[in-house]
Design a protein around this ligand. Sequence first.
Ligand SMILES: NC(=O)c1ccc[n+]([C@@H]2O[C@H](COP(=O)([O-])OP(=O)(O)OC[C@H]3O[C@@H](n4cnc5c(N)ncnc54)[C@H](OP(=O)(O)O)[C@@H]3O)[C@@H](O)[C@H]2O)c1
Length: 238
Amino acid sequence: MNLSGKTALVTGGTSGIGEALVRALLAEGARVLTCGRNEHALARSEAEAIACDLATHDGRASLVEWVAKQTDALDVLVHNAGIQREVRIDPDLDEDAVEQELATNLLAPITLTAALLPLLERGREPMVVQLSSGLAIAPKASAPVYCATKAALSNFSRGLRFQLEPKGIRVVDVVTPLVKTPMTAGRHDGAMEVDDFVSKLLRGLSAGRDELYLGKARLLPWLVRLAPDRARNVLRDS
Ligand SMILES: NC(=O)c1ccc[n+]([C@@H]2O[C@H](COP(=O)([O-])OP(=O)(O)OC[C@H]3O[C@@H](n4cnc5c(N)ncnc54)[C@H](OP(=O)(O)O)[C@@H]3O)[C@@H](O)[C@H]2O)c1
């Protein structure tokens, strides 16, 4: 896939996978737009950047308005921004925190895809890329809301693919393994290096596959087929 001269929007470019992906896309000669809430990190980014909170309606609207001012066509839209919280489902549940996790991880990719569709329709070989997770298939006990958002995101991608196929827009679901980033701090044993993950991601996108199982996540479809009960439990305490 030739990224040179293409225009990409990567949400959440201030940290981890998003930050590394922004660097890699710029190195490939793409024009890169990004966003996040951390203004200091955005100021350091080499991409064109805007501060916004994608968990809020106003934050998502300001991103869409800004992107439309920067470009009239989008070739690559990467829904990367995400949060993962430890959540106990009990009477003390913090409902606002749950809403923030649902909005960031699921509502934002849905509504941003909808709002940016006219720009994607004018893109060259346009694609929407979703950062899902192995936890969409094999959930862990400590973060059930996060796992639910990623499972929903993967299935949303399948339905969205049906809708966007006639328009020539690819929808790619990336089943991400454990990657060394601030999100996974303290759990880096056996995790993939972020630059290694990003180079495999770009290679997978070039290969034209729509469901990318990267790193150790490649084992999951096999495990699901051979031992479905074991597959559902394999990341329980991760
Ligand atoms: N690392 C892994 O092992 C792993 C595994 C599976 C899936 N993933 C997925 O990969 C994506 C990137 O994760 P990561 O590990 O790179 O996490 P990270 O280092 O914590 O980075 C998350 C990014 O999302 C942005 N973000 C979070 N909430 C936001 C909001 N409300 N509005 C705007 N931006 C927001 C953050 O920017 P600000 O802080 O500046 O707002 C940051 O740039 C996520 O969707 C995650 O679920 C990661």
